[in-house]
Design a protein around this ligand. Structure first.
Ligand SMILES: O=c1ccn([C@@H]2O[C@H](COP(=O)(O)O)[C@@H](O)[C@H]2O)c(=O)[nH]1
Length: 274
């Protein structure tokens, strides 16, 4: 999916919601365990219930990899099931020497038809560029993540330029790709920094995890992070998919997604720059 198509989805649905499919056998309603593929069954119900309110889905690959071959099958079926006009993110956080990155890209962009993949920038340009060689596909580079440990390296200061490491990542990587191919992960728990990050990357989309279970503020992220195209995909995983662990889990997920979409509709009217 290209940038214009993504923006058009955001306009149509008045939403920049990404639903995280962090599907865990221990957390899904136990009656689903009777199905042959409980993970896919759960995802299918969640997708059906939330697709009118979401512009993106983000399966976190760890939840599928941990189940071995069966987990990969559930993931493949899930990606196939997501409607084609909805953006898909493989939250895999890959990145390695060039020939290895190339095969990671093949796995997620060719074997499975994901629109994008999250990539760790630590190994530099030649670890990221193989993902950019796939036309129409996106790299979502970790910039300033939502976890506490992000302070360990991402805030280190480059004394020469008086900039934090995450700023260097953004400035440098913007030279490798257009804003049609490159997004950045900025945690919702970093809302205090998102305005400044927007100045460094005015046109790139940001994938923003950390609202809901991690306590980030949707309002602040929207107020300081939005640009003229919206420029945000805000993710919630546990807050939506585990809104209920009973028989009504899909309905509860739908309600939670709709509540977020309604706030987003309001923030789009209030904060989107012209
Ligand atoms: O900085 C980051 C990068 C990725 N994540 C991932 O997003 C979801 C968040 O889940 P919630 O349940 O909504 O907290 C999860 O898959 C993380 O691995 C992140 O949280 N922060």
């Amino acid at each position: 999916m290209n940038k214009a198509e993504l923006i058009s989805q955001i306009r149509q649905k008045k939403s920049y919601l990404c639903v995280g499919l962090d599907t865990d056998l221990e957390k899904i309603p136990q009656f689903l365990l009777e199905y042959e593929d409980p993970i896919f069954e759960f995802n299918k119900c969640i997708i059906d219930a939330t697709k009118d309110f979401a512009v993106a889905y983000k399966p976190n690959i760890a939840f599928y990899e941990a189940l071995g071959a069966k987990g990969w099958q559930s993931l493949e079926k899930t990606v196939e099931y997501i409607p084609k006009d909805i953006f898909t993110i493989a939250d895999a956080k890959r990145g390695d020497i060039g020939n290895t990155s190339k095969l990671y890209a093949k796995a997620f962009f060719e074997n499975m038809d994901f629109d994008s993949i999250t990539v760790a920038p630590y190994m530099g340009e030649d670890s990221v560029s193989p993902f950019l060689d796939f036309p129409g596909k996106w790299v979502i580079l970790l910039a300033h993540t939502s976890n506490q440990g992000s302070n360990d390296f991402q805030l280190m200061t480059n004394r020469e330029h008086d900039t934090a490491f995450y700023e260097e990542v953004i400035r440098k990587s913007r030279q490798w790709a257009t804003d049609d191919q490159l997004m950045f992960v900025v945690g919702a728990t970093r809302a205090d920094k998102i305005g400044q990050i927007r100045e460094i990357a005015p046109d790139n989309f940001f994938l923003v995890p950390g609202v809901g279970a991690q306590g980030g503020s949707l309002e602040e992220v929207s107020k300081y992070g939005m640009n003229k195209d919206c420029g945000l995909l805000v993710n919630s995983s546990r807050g939506i998919i585990y809104a209920s662990k009973e028989e009504d889990f899909a309905e509860a997920a739908g309600k939670e997604a709709q509540a977020l979409q309604q706030q987003m509709e309001q923030y789009l009217a209030e904060f989107k720059t012209v």
